[in-house]
Design a protein around this ligand. Structure first.
Ligand SMILES: Cc1cc2nc3c(=O)[nH]c(=O)nc-3n(C[C@H](O)[C@H](O)[C@H](O)COP(=O)(O)O)c2cc1C
Length: 211
């Protein structure tokens, strides 16, 4: 397989450094809106990186479920490997890559468990099968190669028959409170545009970075 010649000359867009948003969340929302137009199903997929107690990094995809002035929220199992990492070290990063737009956004911040009430609110609106999934999967634990989820699923279905499915306490959201947000726009000849926002003393400072 020859990978040496796999390359793209990015030329779809640029960052207008003369007209920048003061708030990176507003800028994020603009780019997110563009991403939804080209990938309406999974523009919210992003890579979450955490660091373990042994200082080993680990990355995986999660789905962004809300954004506001406070930060970026995703949902997961609070006993999963990522959650164990976060409980030990809340410093995380999120990475969005939208190839259709030749854009990347990198977010660095602190992951904070959202309130049980907010997790309940989101859980209530999930499809019933996903609600069941939160109960039946002990995410990140080792299971038998031939483990059959259908048995457990059938049992759960009868337990919850005719009832609302409550959120398991081991499942909920994290909000990543950002301290840095970097916007990357691919440009011709690898002279990409990079704009970094850093939060310091209650204001977002911006600087341009070399590609
Ligand atoms: C497109 C996509 C979306 C995903 N969304 C989530 C998510 O929102 N929450 C989650 O816990 N895992 C999600 N996953 C699964 C994770 O990538 C990962 O396998 C799982 O969370 C276990 O990670 P951990 O063992 O590092 O905790 C998603 C995977 C893919 C490919």
């Amino acid at each position: 397989m020859d990978l040496k010649n796999l390359r793209l000359n990015y030329k779809k867009s640029s960052i207008d450094f003369k007209n920048l948003e003061d708030n990176p969340i507003s800028f994020f929302l603009k780019w997110f809106d563009d991403a939804l137009k080209v990938n309406k199903d999974e523009a919210n997929a992003c890579v979450l990186s955490t660091v373990s107690a042994e200082n080993k990094p680990s990355s995986r995809v999660v789905l962004l479920k809300s954004v506001n002035e406070k930060g970026f929220t995703f949902f997961t199992n609070y006993k999963s490997n990522k959650s164990l990492d976060i409980q030990n070290n809340p410093n995380v990063s999120l990475n969005f890559y939208w190839p259709e737009l030749e854009r990347q956004i990198r977010i660095t911040g602190i992951a904070d468990q959202i309130s049980p009430k907010d997790s309940d609110e989101y859980f209530k609106n999930r499809p019933r099968e996903s609600q069941m999934g939160a109960w039946l999967s002990h995410q990140s634990t080792s299971i038998g190669l031939y483990y059959d989820f259908m048995d457990t699923l059938n049992k759960l279905e009868s337990t919850f028959k005719g009832k609302d499915i409550e959120r398991p306490l081991h499942w909920g959201g994290y909000c990543v409170i950002p301290s840095k947000i970097e916007f990357w726009q691919g440009r011709p000849s690898r002279l990409h545009d990079r704009l970094l926002y850093e939060f310091d003393e209650n204001i977002w400072n911006k600087k341009r970075l070399a590609p």
